[in-house]
Design a protein around this ligand. Structure first.
Ligand SMILES: Cc1cc2nc3c(=O)[nH]c(=O)nc-3n(C[C@H](O)[C@H](O)[C@H](O)COP(=O)(O)OP(=O)(O)OC[C@H]3O[C@@H](n4cnc5c(N)ncnc54)[C@H](O)[C@@H]3O)c2cc1C
Length: 292
């Protein structure tokens, strides 16, 4: 099918973009890479009467470091993040995750902000941002506000963004000395949305983990921070026994539901297996026994 008819606007700066969205409100959608939005239009899952194309807003694009924070503009393409030396140095979790986001052709066009705002529950970047304790910078008529990633995703394809607001950037604390990342997902084919996956950021000294952030995706209607499992892992060396304990604690963090594709029980089992593998990656542990 083809998209329903829509009007097309292309603002030259953020201020003009906010003027446009003020006029059209809920009738309008921001158009970034179009990799999700245009498919939704073609399938008639969405029918906005106006698309506001933000591709000309150069102030929304790019990657920089300022005051101990890695700043990723909303319009930065997935491919740029994948190959950025700044991202590899300061937020290696994103570099690990990016090759799993769709396929090269989609990554050439898809944007960081589009993925965050779209909030697909099986998407990799929202979970990474939670694990990295990112903060999102949002602009609207009332000025600028910030929302921590862990509070941003409010439900299935739902976020804290209000009508009339635009996501401008993510600010991510630069990884410290001992900071390490692990990323695991299971998808039917490489590049597909994940059946289940997780992003982990922690301080690692030998086999001891501190400040553990574990964010799962694909297992609920939004990404989930697994705080109970993380707190078990912070209690001592990451031995196979402790990892197994953390796997059990996941029952406190996750409650995957049955859907048309898989049972909740299967997703929970996958989450446990992927957790053991990711923690094994962090401490270079042979996790075969715990990963069963
Ligand atoms: C075949 C295929 C496979 C894919 N596989 C994966 C995958 O495995 N993992 C994954 O994470 N993604 C996957 N995607 C989605 C891809 O990552 C998209 O690029 C991304 O979800 C949306 O980014 P976009 O820039 O294309 O946004 P668009 O499609 O332009 O917009 C998506 C939504 O976000 C809103 N939006 C965009 N930018 C902003 C902003 N700055 N502020 C506020 N709202 C905004 C739009 O209004 C729209 O509602 C896949 C896509 C395709 C086509």
């Amino acid at each position: 099918m083809k998209a329903p008819a829509f009007s097309y606007l292309r603002p030259e700066n953020i201020s003009q973009a906010i003027d446009f969205i003020d006029i059209y409100g809920d009738e309008a959608r921001w158009l970034a890479g179009g990799q999700s939005l245009l498919a939704a239009l073609n399938m008639r899952l969405a029918a906005p009467s106006v698309l506001i194309d933000i591709n000309g807003l150069s102030e929304l694009a790019g990657i920089s470091v300022n005051a101990g924070k890695l700043i990723i503009g909303a319009l930065t393409r997935h491919r740029e993040i994948e190959h950025s030396p700044l991202v590899a140095q300061h937020a290696s979790l994103l570099a690990l995750a990016m090759p799993h986001v769709a396929h090269a052709a989609v990554r050439n066009r898809g944007t960081f902000g589009g993925s965050i705002a779209f909030a697909d529950p099986a998407a990799e970047l929202p979970a990474c941002c939670i694990a990295l304790d990112a903060e999102f910078v949002i602009v609207g008529r009332g000025g600028e506000r910030r929302v921590r990633a862990r509070h941003f995703f409010t439900g299935l394809y739902e976020t804290a963004l209000q009508t009339g607001e635009i996501l401008v950037a993510a600010e991510i604390p630069c990884a410290r000395d001992k900071g390490r990342a692990a990323f695991r997902e299971l998808a039917r084919r490489h590049g597909d949305y994940a059946i289940a996956g997780l992003a982990v950021q922690a301080a690692v000294e030998g086999d001891v983990l501190r400040d553990v952030n574990i964010a799962f995706f694909g297992v609920d209607s939004k990404p989930v921070l697994a705080e109970h499992a993380a707190s078990v892992l912070e209690q001592g060396a990451a031995t196979p026994a402790r990892i197994e304990q953390a796997q059990h604690q996941l029952a406190q963090d996750l409650a995957p539901q049955d859907d048309v594709h898989y049972s909740g029980a299967m997703r929970m089992q996958l989450a446990r297996v992927l957790l053991a593998r990711a923690i094994g990656d962090l401490v270079n542990l042979e996790t075969k026994s715990a990963a069963r």
